[in-house]
Design a binder for this molecule. Structure first.
Ligand code: KIV
Length: 289
């Protein structure tokens, strides 16, 4: 895939004319044909305009994950994340991208009450952000809601396995599907949300063999996180894979070490401020001679 050059000097988040066509729910769904995906779906989380700009050309999907609760806001879980937070960050990510499909996570409490509640929340998210899809957690219990949404024009990404919004029911963030009964339930959940019309499904934090089985069992592409290389695509929390945190889960591979880079830059800046080497002649306004 080609990469695009962004002129940040203009401060324009989305270049005009737009240099390409955005991925759509049908185009991503169509990646998987007769149970096979030739070109795995590349997905990452994004919460800000600038990060969206940097990731967009390399990704098929940018997820405005409710993980922003912990990553951006320092919250203890995704439970306190609000619809207003998701909308503010979703709109920023849409403004910073033009190639990847942008999906916005529905926060806890905004969709579980009824299909009507879900439609009201999701339609608000779509109107106010310009995103092309929403993601919601849950298996068979959420299937009627997913059907209600998809029949009314809202593309849905499902999310089964480890569902962080259910942390208080699950008792932690450990891998799911270790026992036969739980593995069967996760497989049934994936089938139920697939049948309800999801165009792709995130499977998170499950045993590798089960993730592979889920990917083979359902028609839409399955995007893994802490899952299996046999999935139809992969997603990671960008801040984890960039090495912005000291501690990352076992399933994360670090492709950068930005925490160290940022620390070094801040240290150098602090030293130059203290020694009065910054700002120098190059960074100060003087009368033209
Ligand atoms: O919120 C999030 O970032 C997610 C991904 C981990 C899939 O749901």
């Amino acid at each position: 895939m080609s990469t695009f050059t962004i002129d940040t000097a203009t401060s324009r988040a989305t270049p005009s004319p737009v240099p390409g066509k955005r991925m759509t729910a049908p185009s991503l769904r169509a990646r998987k044909v007769d149970g096979k995906t030739e070109q795995p779906i590349v997905a990452l989380t994004a919460y800000t305009m600038r990060m969206a700009q940097l990731l967009d050309a390399h990704c098929d999907m940018l997820l405005v994950g409710d993980s922003l609760g912990q990553v951006i806001y320092g919250l203890p879980s995704t439970i306190p994340v609000t619809l207003d937070m998701m909308i503010a960050h979703g709109a920023a990510v849409v403004r910073g991208s033009w190639h990847a499909l942008v999906a916005v996570d529905m926060p806890f409490g905004s969709y579980e009450g009824s299909p009507e509640q879900a439609f009201a929340s999701c339609s608000r998210v779509m109107k106010e952000t310009g995103c092309a899809a929403v993601k919601l957690e849950g298996g068979a219990a959420m299937a009627p809601t997913i059907r209600f949404l998809t029949e009314r024009g809202i593309p849905v990404v499902g999310h089964v396995g480890l569902t962080p919004q259910a942390v208080n029911m699950l008792g932690g963030y450990g891998a799911r599907g270790k026992g036969a009964a739980e593995a069967k339930k996760i497989l049934e959940d994936a089938r139920a949300v697939a049948d309800a019309g999801t165009f792709s499904i995130v499977v998170e934090g499950v045993m590798e063999e089960l993730a592979t089985e889920v990917a083979r069992a359902v028609a839409p592409p399955v995007i893994g996180i802490g899952a299996s290389a046999e999935c139809d695509g992969q997603i990671l929390v960008t801040d984890d894979m960039l090495g912005l945190f000291e501690r990352t889960p076992r399933f994360v591979k670090r492709y950068g070490n930005l925490a160290e880079e940022i620390g070094k830059a801040a240290e150098a800046y602090a030293a130059e401020v203290r020694s009065r080497d910054f700002p120098s002649a190059e960074q100060t306004y003087r009368p033209k001679s």
